[in-house]
Design a protein around this ligand. Structure first.
Ligand SMILES: [Zn+2]
Length: 83
């Protein structure tokens, strides 16, 4: 299973940090899911599509980036429901 083709931007927590590392210059930048989803239709992008659309923001670079996230499944909500 590849989480990049499995998950859409809208599936992630709004505050989830997305890490983009430039494949060329190594510049790393972070945005939150909320920021990533701000563009029209971006919520429905799969993460691999988001990765392909993203470019290094470093001046004069603009190269493809690699996306990484610390994805933690939330375990709460399914436990602790004992009345
Ligand atoms: Zn770069």
């Amino acid at each position: 299973m590849n989480w990049k083709t499995d998950l859409q931007v809208g599936d992630l927590d709004r505050n989830q940090k997305l890490e983009f590392m430039c494949k060329k210059c190594g510049h790393t930048h972070y945005i939150t899911t909320e920021q990533a989803a701000a563009a029209p239709g971006a919520k429905f992008l799969y993460l691999d599509e988001l990765e392909q659309k993203s470019r290094c923001p470093a001046r004069g670079c603009g190269s493809p980036v690699r996306l990484a996230i610390n994805y933690q499944k939330k375990m709460t909500g399914f436990v602790g429901g004992m009345a």
